[in-house]
Ligand binder design. Structure first.
Ligand code: GLA
Length: 523
């Protein structure tokens, strides 16, 4: 009995405890669910950063400054040179998409990220094109304000910047971008400088050794720009390059970031110009890039004028190369902001269609080139392997006729004989460097065949007979069409390096597919 009594009592007690415990647990479960509901509506809010360390000591970064309000996410996305405002969103912490847009000149750019919250991390992915594999990254919370876009600084009133007296003929040299992109470093630049001497490039006139994007570190406590680990001592590098009888060029942007997302000169224009001068820099390529987030295309002249003045103020002779892809008819105002040359198009690539699309579209710009002020259809791809030698001869001939800067973009340390023969053809270089400073023009076109003529100082003409077609073609050059008498004094084939025997009023020649016959004609 006693046992039964005790059993009954303890069963009763257990039941009470269970009911009590259960109601607490129900209560706390309900409370938790409530809490979770609330935080699910805002949990994405915050400043998130993806920061992947690179071997040069800098970071590959992206910032997501988000404000979540239920199923709506607003805020901004900043990645490399771009700064987007979030205009559309779907979902919440478990799965969301955000679409950012930004104005870029006359058009809009868009970026879309998919993401989800995993613990304390934001997992995000994006694709350049829908068919691409997504690029996935992990963002962590960072303090508010980190990665914020700086405020827009006022721009100076426009005035004419004095000519610096440089680049009397189109600049010649080498630039790291086409071949090396982010793998350029101190060692490469020194070896290229050595090779410029050993290969005869320097003596042929290729003087500038230009470091493009990805050399930048950050800023020191005084705001001075620093180079990253790839370039331990810029001054020492400049000294080395100068000791070889060459000049050193560098790259920056008027924006907070360069195209590759490195530190730009924004708000530090004078300071950076002084630093470049102190290092011994002789040439600056100034690339619009991140400036597009703060200024409109119409404001480009004032933005470029700022650096034009800053370079002049250093008193060091520094060639000023504008790079803004030919927007806002830069050829009309480039000289006024102190520019010696200005890019006329987007980036070249090592392909026949890219090179010819750029090269053959320069006709209308001829009137804007003059000594000290050049149209720049971008750097050479000769020797990079994506075109045939015939195509590279077309490239080099066209750039010579266009009075374009001749900045080799290949690995000078390792050139085939054919590449050397193209880059080092002194007679072709002489056309490019002609003192008359006149850019050539298209004289005639029939289907895929074109004749371009450049008037040279004295009485000579450079005549490029091009065949853009897939099969070889016959073209007849009539001397009278060149403004010459029907009997001309001398004709020299610049690639064959021989004088031609031409007695009659015309010269009929067969041009291979994608090839050129390049003539120097003495009227
Ligand atoms: C832009 C320029 C290129 C090169 C890269 C570097 O795309 O047009 O010539 O300088 O930036 O990031």
């Amino acid at each position: 009995m006693k046992t039964n009594f005790f059993r009954a009592r303890s069963l009763r007690r257990a039941a009470v405890i269970l009911v009590l415990a259960c109601s607490t647990c129900l209560f706390s479960f309900a409370q938790n669910a409530n809490l979770q509901d609330n935080s699910a509506a805002t949990r994405l809010t915050g400043n998130w950063a993806v920061k992947v360390p690179k071997s040069d000591g800098t970071y590959q970064w992206a910032y997501f400054n988000l404000k979540q309000d239920g199923d709506k996410i607003t805020g901004s996305i900043r990645v490399t040179q771009f700064y987007y405002t979030i205009k559309e969103s779907t979902g919440g912490p478990d799965s969301f998409t955000i679409t950012g847009t930004m104005r870029d000149g006359k058009s809009d750019r868009t970026v879309k990220y998919e993401g989800k919250l995993v613990g304390n991390e934001l997992h995000v992915s994006t694709r350049r094109r829908p068919e691409d594999k997504p690029t996935e990254s992990i963002a962590k919370r960072v303090p508010d304000g980190e990665g914020a876009m700086p405020a827009r600084l006022p721009l100076p009133a426009l005035h004419k910047v004095a000519y610096n007296g440089l680049a009397k003929t189109p600049p010649m040299g080498w630039n790291s971008w086409n071949k090396f992109k982010s793998s350029v470093d101190d060692k490469v630049v020194r070896e290229i400088a050595d090779a410029m001497v050993a290969s005869g490039m320097r003596d042929a006139g290729y003087i500038y050794v230009n470091i493009d994007d990805t050399w930048e570190g950050g800023r020191d406590a005084q705001g001075n720009i620093t180079s990253n680990k790839k370039f331990p001592d810029m001054k020492a590098l400049a000294d080395y390059v100068h000791s070889k009888g060459l000049k050193l060029g560098i790259y920056s942007s008027p924006g907070p970031n360069t195209c590759a997302g490195y530190e730009g000169s924004y708000g530090h224009e004078e300071q950076d110009a002084r630093t470049f001068a102190a290092w011994g820099i002789d040439y600056l390529k100034y690339d619009w890039c991140g400036a597009r987030n703060l200024y409109t295309d119409e404001e480009m002249p004032a933005v470029y004028q700022k650096m034009g003045n800053a370079l002049l103020a250093t008193k060091r002779p520094i060639v000023y190369s504008l790079c803004q892809y030919g927007r806002l008819d830069v050829w009309k105002w480039g000289p006024d902001v102190g520019g010696n040359l200005w890019r006329t198009t987007g980036d070249i690539s090592d392909r026949w269609d890219s090179m010819t699309r750029i090269g053959f579209s320069q006709n209308d710009l001829a009137q804007y080139a003059s000594s000290g002020h050049w149209n720049d259809p971008d750097m050479l791809e000769v020797g990079n392997g994506g075109m045939s030698d015939a195509e590279y001869k077309t490239h080099m001939s066209l750039w010579a006729i266009l009075a374009a800067p001749l900045l080799a973009g290949n690995d000078i340390r390792d050139m085939s004989q054919a590449t050397k023969d193209i880059l080092l053809n002194r007679e072709v270089i002489a056309v490019n460097q002609d003192k008359g400073g006149k850019q050539g023009k298209r004289l005639w076109q029939s289907g895929d065949q074109e004749i371009w003529v450049r008037e040279l100082a004295g009485n000579d003409l450079a005549v490029g007979v091009f065949n853009r077609g897939a099969a070889s073609a016959d073209v007849t050059v009539r001397w009278a069409d060149l403004g010459a008498k029907s009997k001309i004094k001398q004709v020299r084939d610049l690639w064959e390096k021989k004088d031609l025997k031409v007695d009659g009023p015309e010269y009929k020649v067969t041009i291979p597919s994608h090839g050129v016959v390049f003539l120097r004609v003495e009227k």
